[in-house]
Design a protein around this ligand. Structure first.
Ligand code: CA
Length: 389
């Protein structure tokens, strides 16, 4: 059957239209392959981003015993999150203290590239980097909420990275315990006199303060605390707070549990990442590392806040723990010694002086505001609710 004059007239236009449709289909397919439209629609995560399909396997060494809840959940959460977010392109395995390297060799192991990541507390390295004490906690310093604000919006993180740069390490906040407990004592502390000659596990600048107040501070890793208290190598130990201290069983070797945590009002943990390992990652995996660290940082504080009270009740009700408040003269002595320890630190190390200037300026501001916000509210809340009881 012959084509009609009308069909002959429009045939070229129909062929052009079909060709155009084919070009559009091919263009969409190519765009999706390269991560364009497909990535925006979330339809093909593996192909998304830079197109770098290399796989990375990291080792995380920690200063904590393996499977410790609380502090130990930080590196585990981080490892799980980077694996899930990268769809397996970046995976990480966590090693507890002593599995690959001892607790206090984590810094050097990551600096040298033995492991790509370390999780611990920056103040463990004050002998190598004196300014590191600011990035965990200083006596009578900032709370968790305040130190996170200084770190991420007050210039703290930039200073931390400057302090660690000579060690080939990039630090990230790696969790926070909130206000800690002052620690476990084998005998009661009724006045400053009872502190004299007492040997206590207490790290960081607070250790120097404790020694200046008449005690004797030692640095012992978490995994060795129980035995050290049990055998009388030490008379007292601070670790974290009820949730983590219960996990270590410290109530079995010391009965008096003191508050408040003057020495660690918002102890921040750290992820340290070997600079070469971090820079070898494509930008999308670097972003995943950054976000996973930030999420693990917040998650730890949430976990401690949720679990501490129940753990404390268990310690007091089921294990006969004696809860005590530190006497006034002890707190005053710690404050005086803390002022002097800070002066000595700032005078001895230019980087510590630089970090102190930033820290104290931020602290003065946030303390003034929190006086009329957080503190006023908590006082008002207690007054109203207690009166209603
Ligand atoms: Ca502590």
């Amino acid at each position: 059957m012959a084509a009609s004059p009308l069909e002959r007239r429009y045939a070229p236009a129909i062929i052009l239209l079909l060709l155009a449709a084919l070009v559009v289909v091919i263009a969409l397919w190519a765009s999706e392959r390269s991560g364009g439209i497909g990535a925006l629609a979330g339809r093909d995560g593996v192909q998304a981003g830079s197109g770098d399909q290399a796989r990375y396997t990291w080792k995380i060494v920690t200063t904590w015993p393996k499977n410790l809840p609380g502090l130990g959940s930080g590196p585990e959460n981080f490892a799980r999150m980077v694996g899930e977010m990268s769809n397996g392109r970046l995976t990480a395995r966590v090693y507890g203290a002593g599995e690959m390297v001892p607790a206090f060799e984590v810094f050097d192991a990551v600096r040298q590239g033995v492991a790509e990541v370390g999780h611990g507390a920056s103040y463990y390295w004050k002998g190598k980097v004196p300014s590191s004490v600011f990035f965990t906690a200083i006596p009578f310093g900032m709370t968790a909420q305040e130190i996170n604000a200084w770190l991420h919006y007050g210039g703290g993180l930039e200073l931390w990275r400057e302090a660690y740069a000579p060690s080939n390490l990039i630090p990230f906040a790696g969790g926070n315990s909130g206000v800690q407990m002052a620690g476990w004592f084998r005998k009661e502390i009724n006045s400053l006199a009872d502190l004299q000659g007492l040997k206590m596990r207490i790290p960081g600048l607070a250790g120097e303060v404790f020694t200046a107040a008449g005690g004797s501070a030692v640095r012992i890793s978490g995994g060795e605390l129980y035995t050290s208290l049990q055998t009388g190598v030490i008379d007292a130990a601070e670790w974290v707070g009820p949730y983590n201290d219960l996990a270590l069983g410290l109530h079995e070797v010391a009965k008096y549990y003191y508050y408040p945590g003057w020495h660690e009002p918002g102890a921040m943990l750290e992820f340290i990442i070997n600079k070469d390992a971090y820079e070898a990652l494509p930008p999308d995996l670097q972003a995943i590392v950054t976000v996973a660290a930030r999420a693990a940082n917040q998650d730890m504080l949430d976990e401690f806040t949720a679990r501490n009270n129940a753990a404390l009740q268990q310690l007091v009700d089921n294990h006969g723990v004696q809860l005590r408040e530190l006497p006034d003269d002890v707190m005053q002595a710690f404050h005086r010694a803390g002022e002097q320890a800070m002066k000595d630190l700032v005078a001895s190390d230019p980087m510590a002086a630089k970090v102190y200037a930033s820290f104290i300026e931020f602290y003065d501001g946030v303390r003034a505001y929190h006086h009329i916000s957080e503190q006023s509210y908590i006082n008002a809340r207690d007054e109203v609710l207690d009166r209603a009881d």
